[in-house]
Design a protein around this ligand. Structure first.
Ligand code: MG
Length: 392
């Protein structure tokens, strides 16, 4: 096996949660943090196997992750009292499988970009150790009590992230030597490698690859995953509409509010704008508010010959009254003629003007029915529309 990821998940840190669950088991966007981390590593083609080091007390929490379907995952290994002991336990468990490289990763960093894994894996082909890191941006102070003693020159200072990649046998040896020497104060694996004189380089880290520590970290993470509490999230609803109008003798049709010269006209109570009627019904559909006929009965003389933009504006008003706003609309006009293409953008501008929606969010498509059916026999025009609305 070439590359195995060791996820260190034995920490007792409950700082981030009041629920007393170690933070790597805290739920983030519907799943424990550790499940996110395992999935991210399992998805990467450069990771051939994964071993998770857990605390014996967390066995039931780990089993509840339902990782049975995750490929590449080895049975969990029990860690020790310190991170260093836990990593050593994880590395020791791999003696049989003897990978070429290991990627040692903190369970509480679920946002590992595949590009970051690529960078680490690529540099591991040349170096004995690779640490993703970011240059320190803040000015660093040495403080005693509440008094500043000095300011550290931050040039050359980098803050280290994980996954840290190593030649397996070399980092295993470093851990074993540290254990034998009774040295237990290393804060990451690179520092053990440095102590043993390994060739370790830094590659660019990723500012989104945060270690979830504080309550704010978890809030930010929820927001980034798009979940939030669910309450601030806008609800989206979809609606669809369909309409048909028949041809009668005439010299123009009205489609999407646009007068288009034609050898026939469309018949209807209003201006028979079949496309706007379908769109009006689609928008009413987003708020489950009946259909165009319910709001503008065909028998009512006040709607005789009126522009159908009136109906569409009324549907928009009803949507707005429900705190809804359109996201996009998509209209398909079905006829053999007139040709829609030359008028497409003018129609989009017309719909934009009536609905207030951006031109870019209005799609107008056309199709024939290959000579089949009423549209194919040029007896009329059909239109269908979909609308997506967001509600705050
Ligand atoms: Mg109609």
């Amino acid at each position: 096996m070439k590359t195995v990821a060791v996820i260190v998940a034995a920490g007792r840190g409950t700082r981030a949660g009041s629920d007393k669950v170690p933070k790597q088991y805290r739920v983030l966007d519907g799943q424990p943090v550790l499940a996110h981390t395992i999935r991210k590593l399992a998805e990467h083609g450069g990771v051939d196997g994964i071993v998770v080091v857990i605390h014996p007390d967390d066995l039931s929490l780990y089993e509840a992750l339902n990782t049975g379907t995750v490929p590449k995952l080895f049975p969990p290994v029990f860690g020790g009292n310190t991170r260093q002991e836990s990593v050593r336990a994880g590395l020791s468990s791999l003696k049989q499988c003897n990978p070429v490289h290991v990627l040692i990763h903190d369970a509480a960093r679920p946002f590992i970009a595949s590009e970051l894994l690529d960078r680490v894996a690529h540099s591991l082909l040349i170096h004995e150790g690779v640490v993703p890191a970011l240059p320190v941006a803040d000015t660093i102070k040495v403080v005693r009590g509440e008094h500043i003693e000095s300011t550290v020159d931050r040039r050359g200072l980098w803050s280290a992230q994980t996954p840290q990649g190593f030649d397996y046998l070399k980092i295993l040896k470093a851990h074993e030597l540290a254990f034998e020497a009774g040295k237990a104060d290393f804060t990451d694996d690179a520092s053990l490698g440095e102590w043993q004189g390994l060739d370790i380089i830094v590659v660019g880290g990723d500012s989104t690859n945060v270690k979830l520590t504080t309550e704010q970290d978890f809030k930010d993470a929820e927001e980034r995953l798009g979940g939030g509490s669910g309450e601030q999230m806008a609800e989206a609803r979809i609606g669809q509409g369909f309409d048909v109008h028949a041809f009668v003798p005439g010299d123009h049709v009205v489609l999407c509010g646009l007068k288009i010269p034609h050898v026939m006209a469309l018949t209807g109570h209003s201006d028979a704008d079949v496309a706007l009627h379908a769109l009006t019904d689609a928008i009413l559909g987003t708020i489950s508010d009946g259909d165009i006929g319910a709001h503008f009965p065909p028998g009512d003389p006040q709607w005789r010959g009126v522009a159908s933009s009136i109906f569409l504006r009324e549907a928009m008003k009803r949507l707005t009254n429900r705190n809804g706003s359109l996201v996009n609309v998509d209209i398909t006009i079905i006829c053999e003629s007139p040709k829609i293409g030359p008028h497409r953008d003018a129609m989009r501008e017309s719909v934009a003007e009536i609905t207030g929606l951006d031109f870019d969010r209005i799609s107008i498509k056309a199709t024939t029915t290959e000579g089949l059916g009423f549209a194919g026999r040029r007896e009329g025009i059909a239109a269908q529309a979909m609308a997506l609305a967001r509600f705050s």
